[in-house]
Design a protein around this ligand. Structure first.
Ligand SMILES: *[C@@H]1O[C@H](CO)[C@@H](O)[C@H](O)[C@H]1NC(C)=O
Ligand SMILES: *[C@@H]1O[C@H](CO)[C@@H](O)[C@H](O)[C@H]1NC(C)=O
Ligand SMILES: *[C@@H]1O[C@H](CO)[C@@H](O)[C@H](O)[C@H]1NC(C)=O
Ligand SMILES: *[C@@H]1O[C@H](CO)[C@@H](O)[C@H](O)[C@H]1NC(C)=O
Ligand SMILES: *[C@@H]1O[C@H](CO)[C@@H](O)[C@H](O)[C@H]1NC(C)=O
Ligand SMILES: *[C@@H]1O[C@H](CO)[C@@H](O)[C@H](O)[C@H]1NC(C)=O
Ligand SMILES: *[C@@H]1O[C@H](CO)[C@@H](O)[C@H](O)[C@H]1NC(C)=O
Ligand SMILES: *[C@@H]1O[C@H](CO)[C@@H](O)[C@H](O)[C@H]1NC(C)=O
Ligand SMILES: *[C@@H]1O[C@H](CO)[C@@H](O)[C@H](O)[C@H]1NC(C)=O
Ligand SMILES: *[C@@H]1O[C@H](CO)[C@@H](O)[C@H](O)[C@H]1NC(C)=O
Ligand SMILES: *[C@@H]1O[C@H](CO)[C@@H](O)[C@H](O)[C@H]1NC(C)=O
Ligand SMILES: *[C@@H]1O[C@H](CO)[C@@H](O)[C@H](O)[C@H]1NC(C)=O
Length: 420
């Protein structure tokens, strides 16, 4: 079975392709499980196809979706395009397809009394041309049953889970009478609908998390006093596990760099240097911040996250794996606890990749580093979205791009999923 084959493949073996979209069935399945989607939507989710979703933008490139990505609402204004990733031996059935998009969390994840909201439902999708990333686009020639409705979580709500599902279209689907353009979109049940019209289990899916543009500022107070509080402790923690030596870094921090992992439900997880996190706590891309007043409040920063121990700490032949690299981060106003969140307005060079140590491995060291951004950074050509993330060297990159020594850092330990 497809799953048996993919089960033990660490994600980074598949990442010589464009990184922004889903590339691995198991990663998608795990992301669904971690976000409790299978339970909340009452679906059996054993994907055999990679459903790709991208949001076109009024100007600039379309925004590709990978399972669990957070998108500000204003990037979801234009109806998304759908496709299927032709990858290796994945079997793509012939025939037509049904695509659905539902919000599992209206009006709020804590009290989803209107769930599900049907944001899109359409059939007669057929595979067509292949785009430059190898995605076969799905196009339809009949009107949707429910036209696309932009995500609109109420102000103050935590992000909602908007789930996209792909089904094989059964004969007779076009004669269904359960849903039409005037059927209320609230209190929809995609599982019930699939059962009623014979869609079977979804072949594939993905999801986004979306809230109003000011992502998370409403919940800032939740993590106001946090995490690493002493530069000396952070430095010792790095030295205790040989990070400066293994990553060829001079690590003499002058800034307390904070990393926060938001969770699909509940409080965010705070990082202290050396904390061990369950892999499923690292599904959502982390937030970054600087603790305490700093003379660098007008500076621009580069943030990197690397795995020093891939595929295993005993034999790190793929290390470093670049799990994130982005620049043009600036510090916001400090909150009551002195934490200034970093925000950015340009795309990351390497988008966040969730830690995925292979089954059987000891925990890996995932190191987060904060650098003062150099003038050369925005002109660098060493790393782009298609550069292999394996065998990266952050020390060499810092040298090449003139970043100097890190201003701060922290790290987490993550072992394999207990289920892998
Ligand atoms: C992570 O998985 C463990 C079981 O392996 C479970 O107890 C825990 O609730 C999960 N946490 C999240 C954030 O999904
Ligand atoms: C998962 O979703 C179900 C149904 O919405 C809910 O009852 C359950 O508490 C959720 N579990 C977690 C760990 O959030
Ligand atoms: C979305 O809103 C943010 C903040 O309001 C703004 O900076 C950004 O340019 C907007 N993006 C789009 C695609 O409109
Ligand atoms: C649309 O569906 C509703 C039930 O959701 C039904 O009452 C109504 O008659 C249908 N309208 C048409 C035009 O089929
Ligand atoms: C949705 O439909 C499924 C399948 O009939 C059912 O098991 C589930 O309880 C329904 N969910 C809600 C919230 O009514
Ligand atoms: C993170 O820090 C905040 C503020 O100190 C605290 O309320 C919260 O419980 C911490 N979270 C965890 C998981 O320790
Ligand atoms: C460093 O290692 C020593 C000895 O194992 C331990 O006592 C100490 O708590 C560690 N310090 C940090 C900051 O991790
Ligand atoms: C960052 O670099 C700029 C010059 O490029 C310098 O003015 C500033 O003091 C540096 N900030 C820190 C925190 O080193
Ligand atoms: C940061 O920039 C603002 C406006 O350019 C200026 O008023 C402020 O003094 C600067 N702060 C520091 C610490 O350089
Ligand atoms: C900002 O940083 C995030 C990760 O924190 C990254 O995913 C994103 O590409 C960056 N750029 C924008 C415009 O969000
Ligand atoms: C991306 O970087 C690779 C080297 O890692 C290079 O071969 C390729 O031409 C670059 N692509 C673009 C679009 O700059
Ligand atoms: C990484 O780069 C640094 C700086 O050039 C170099 O000293 C080190 O040997 C490199 N590490 C590896 C594993 O190539």
């Amino acid at each position: 079975m497809m799953f048996g084959l993919l089960k033990c493949l660490p994600v980074f073996l598949l990442t010589s392709f464009a990184l922004a979209q889903d590339r691995n069935l198991r990663t998608v399945k795990t992301a669904f499980e971690n976000a409790n989607i299978t339970e909340a939507a009452d679906i059996t989710f054993d994907p055999t196809l990679l459903l790709e979703v991208a949001f076109p933008q009024a100007s600039g490139d379309e925004v590709p979706v990978h399972a669990g990505i957070q998108l500000p609402r204003n990037q979801t204004a234009i109806p998304p395009v759908f496709g299927i990733q032709r990858l290796g031996s994945l079997h793509v059935p012939s025939g037509t397809f049904v695509v659905a998009m539902v919000d599992l969390d209206p009006p709020t994840p804590q009290d989803p009394t209107e769930a599900q909201i049907r944001h899109f439902l359409g059939g007669n999708f057929e595979l067509g041309r292949v785009n430059p990333d190898g995605v076969e686009l799905l196009s339809n020639s009949t009107p949707a049953i429910s036209n696309f409705l932009q995500p609109t979580p109420p102000a103050g709500s935590d992000p909602h889970r908007y789930v996209f599902l792909l089904f094989q279209q059964p004969p007779g689907f076009n004669r269904q009478t359960e849903v039409n353009a005037t059927t209320p979109i609230e209190n929809f049940n995609i599982s019930q609908f699939a059962q009623d019209v014979g869609l079977g289990d979804p072949l594939g899916g993905t999801f986004i998390l979306s809230s109003l543009a000011l992502l998370f500022t409403a919940s800032l107070a939740l993590f106001s006093s946090c995490q690493d509080t002493s530069l000396a402790t952070v430095q010792t923690a790095f030295e205790n596990v040989s990070i400066p030596e293994d990553a060829n870094l001079n690590f003499d921090p002058t800034v307390l760099f904070e990393v926060i992992f938001p969770q699909a439900s509940g409080s965010p997880v705070n990082v202290t240097a050396g904390v061990q996190l369950a892999r499923n706590e690292t599904a959502i891309p982390p937030l970054f911040g600087i603790q305490g007043s700093t003379s660098s409040s007008n500076d621009t920063f580069v943030v990197a996250m690397v795995d020093l121990d891939a595929p295993t700490p005993q034999d790190p032949t793929s290390a470093q794996i670049r799990h994130f690299l982005g620049g043009n981060f600036v510090a916001g106003q400090p909150d009551a606890g002195g934490l200034s969140l970093l925000s950015n307005s340009t795309a990351a060079l390497s988008e966040y990749q969730q830690p995925t140590p292979p089954a059987g491995s000891d925990p890996h060291r995932y190191v987060f580093l904060l650098f003062n951004q150099s003038a050369a950074f925005n002109d660098q050509t060493e790393v782009n979205a298609t550069t292999s993330i394996a065998n990266f060297n952050i020390s060499q990159f810092a040298l090449d791009v003139g970043l100097g020594d890190p201003l701060g850092g922290t790290f987490i330990l993550v072992g394999p999923d207990p289920t892998s």
